[in-house]
Write a protein that binds this ligand. Structure first.
Ligand code: HEC
Length: 128
């Protein structure tokens, strides 16, 4: 038992001692859920589809078509930072969402990138 207590203490100290721990941590369920809520609240689904598959009601008439966020090739080479930047600036026929605050744009980016992992549908399923 004393050993377990020591191990827990050391793990806690290691986590606190690393200033980069937060930025390197995988996104939390809370961040993903906040991103999904912002996505639904800001009309992204009209073009991108409810679940980000690029199949919203207007998608068929858009050139270029919105990408399928659930396709692993979409996430490849993209980061939370690059996706959040595109949300702020807009691209092609997509309007800029620079009026959203930076944390909201990051949450949107986290949710979008989470769509590409095949076992990530937890966040969506929890809401259904
Ligand atoms: C009017 C339709 C429309 C709306 C509304 C819209 N988008 Fe888009 N979006 C597009 C289209 C079309 C593209 C593809 C542009 C291209 O390929 O050049 C795109 C591309 C993207 C991309 C990929 C950018 C990249 O790196 O290539 C992201 C991320 C994105 N949209 C997020 C969002 C989010 C988040 C919202 C809501 C806050 C949103 N979009 C609202 C049409 C839309």
């Amino acid at each position: 038992m004393p050993w377990a207590a020591i191990a827990i203490t050391m793990a806690g100290a290691a986590a606190c001692g690393s200033p980069d721990a937060a930025s390197q941590a995988p996104p939390s369920a809370e961040q993903i859920a906040a991103g999904q809520a912002a996505y639904r609240a800001n009309g992204c689904a009209v073009c991108h589809g409810r679940d980000g598959r690029g199949d919203g009601p207007t998608a068929g008439s858009l050139r270029p078509r919105p990408p399928d966020f659930t396709d692993a090739s979409f996430a490849a080479g993209r980061t939370v930072e690059t996706v959040a930047a595109v949300i702020a600036s807009g691209v092609a026929v997509m309007p800029a969402f620079g009026h959203l605050d930076a944390p909201t744009r990051r949450h949107l980016a986290v949710w979008i990138l989470s769509r590409a992992s095949s076992d990530d549908d937890v966040a969506t399923k929890e809401q259904q």
